[in-house]
Design a protein around this ligand. Structure first.
Ligand SMILES: *Cc1c(COP(=O)(O)O)cnc(C)c1O
Length: 427
């Protein structure tokens, strides 16, 4: 890539990749190998001692993964990235790097359901406490911070309703207390929102969703913003103290503005092991090449569908930040002027049984528990993901009996609307 200061669409196609030096292959090859031959014994020793960067073993690093890492770091405006097996394993490695047993972090209450489970249940076994805060109220994060708090976690565009969060206001709270702000940017993608530009320190993605974009490969990634001072407070020893694993190397001192990504790789990924396969890295890289085209189409289609639903007489309400009258519209215009994303919820005037019948009556929409596919997707949370909750709890979680969640695909708008129309007509 020869252009100075390339634009987003150019980076999506080219960042990190060059023709293969030995074969001339133009697409990034799938380096389907577990290990890499050392030049000589000194080379091997330098790699193991972190004195030199290079490939050792695919659990830690692989050339296909490296292109994916460089590309997403470029799209987010970060200094470095680490690709792993899934969004959840990326979250695990982030917290493994900043938490000790007995520490806590503050997380927005409105998150992807899987993250609520991971933070509230699995992390408890590590002695890591989560404290929930209202993402619309920065003061609610601040009031829960104490001397064992290690970070703040939010989604830029929050599940399940598709609401934008005031990243800059929450970053200010985090930085006033010397804490990093971690932003899950999965639902927006860097095409819509670049959290590092609004004060985030670390960005995390489920690559499984919009970045991969085709519903065919699991992956996750951690992007290091490169700006957080890991040595200032002494409360991040993984970064600021000599590491016995590497003969006393202090990672923040040695690696500066890429120290967080390095720590997640050489202390987290190396020892906990959730590496992404080279094949999945290749599939996701291919998906990213069309991210700007797909994402704009997702947004344009979703806005058209939301407007159409709003005018339908069997629909009680539509929650889509892209609608001018939506309470979240001002934040959307500020943080995500190109569009409001693909995912939103709406309510049917008749309740639970109508919701089930509506989902069953759809023909092109797929009924499944995913988002961010090229295909249009639908789920009725009350009869599936949230069925174990009481009706009261369902309503509190934004998953009442009348709620339907859509992830609008990139098909023709008229076909998406026709499918919704024929199913609504039957209930
Ligand atoms: C899917 C998702 C995750 C988890 O990612 P996996 O790749 O499924 O592990 C985390 N956050 C958000 C917002 C998601 O949509």
């Amino acid at each position: 890539m020869k252009t100075d200061n390339p634009g987003f669409a150019t980076l999506a196609v080219h960042a990190g990749a060059q023709p293969d030096p030995t074969t001339g292959a133009r697409a990034t090859p799938i380096y389907q190998t577990t290990s890499f031959v050392f030049n000589d014994a000194d080379h091997a020793a330098a790699l193991f001692g972190l004195q030199q960067f290079g490939n050792i073993y695919t659990r830690i690093m692989n050339p296909t993964q490296a292109v994916l890492e460089e590309r997403v770091a470029a799209l987010e405006g970060g200094t470095a990235a680490l690709a792993v097996a899934s969004g959840h394993s990326a979250q695990m490695l982030i917290f493994h790097t900043i938490m000790k047993p007995g520490d806590n972090f503050i997380a927005a209450r409105k998150l992807y359901g899987g993250s609520i489970n991971q933070f509230g249940h699995a992390f408890k076994n590590f002695g890591w406490e989560v404290r929930w805060a209202d993402p619309a109220d920065p003061a609610n994060f601040e009031s829960q911070i104490d001397d064992r708090t290690q970070g703040i976690f939010i989604e830029s565009l929050a599940n399940p309703g598709g609401t934008f969060v005031d990243i800059a206001a929450i970053a200010e709270v985090a930085h006033r207390h010397g804490l990093p702000l971690i932003v899950d940017n999965t639902m927006a993608s860097p095409y819509l929102v670049r959290p590092l530009e609004h004060g985030a320190d670390i960005v995390v993605h489920s690559l499984t969703k919009f970045l991969g974009g085709h519903g065919n490969s699991m992956g996750g990634i951690i992007v290091d913003g490169g700006t957080f001072d890991w040595s200032a407070s002494g409360q991040y020893p993984m970064l600021s103290e000599p590491r016995p694993e590497y003969a006393g190397v202090v990672l923040h001192q040695t690696f500066g503005n890429i120290a967080f990504a390095i720590a997640c790789r050489v202390l987290g990924l190396r020892d906990l092991g959730p590496s992404i396969s080279p094949f999945n890295a290749f599939m996701i890289l291919t998906g990213i090449e069309t991210l700007p085209l797909r994402m704009q189409r997702h947004c344009d289609n979703a806005l058209a569908v939301a407007k159409w639903l709003k005018g339908h007489d069997k629909v009680a309400w539509v929650n889509y930040a892209g609608l001018d009258e939506d309470p979240n519209n001002a934040l959307q215009k500020r943080y995500s002027p190109k569009g409001a994303g693909a995912v939103f919820t709406f309510g049917l005037k008749s309740g639970y049984d109508a919701g089930k019948a509506f989902v069953e009556g759809l023909q092109m929409f797929s009924h499944l528990a995913n988002i961010g596919d090229t295909r249009s997707l639908v789920i009725h949370p009350a009869s599936t993901t949230h069925r174990q909750l009481s009706e009261e709890q369902q309503v509190a979680a934004g998953a009442g009996p009348d709620v339907v969640r859509l992830s609008i695909g990139i098909e023709d708008q008229s076909d998406i609307i026709a499918d919704l129309e024929q199913s609504l007509a039957k209930i």
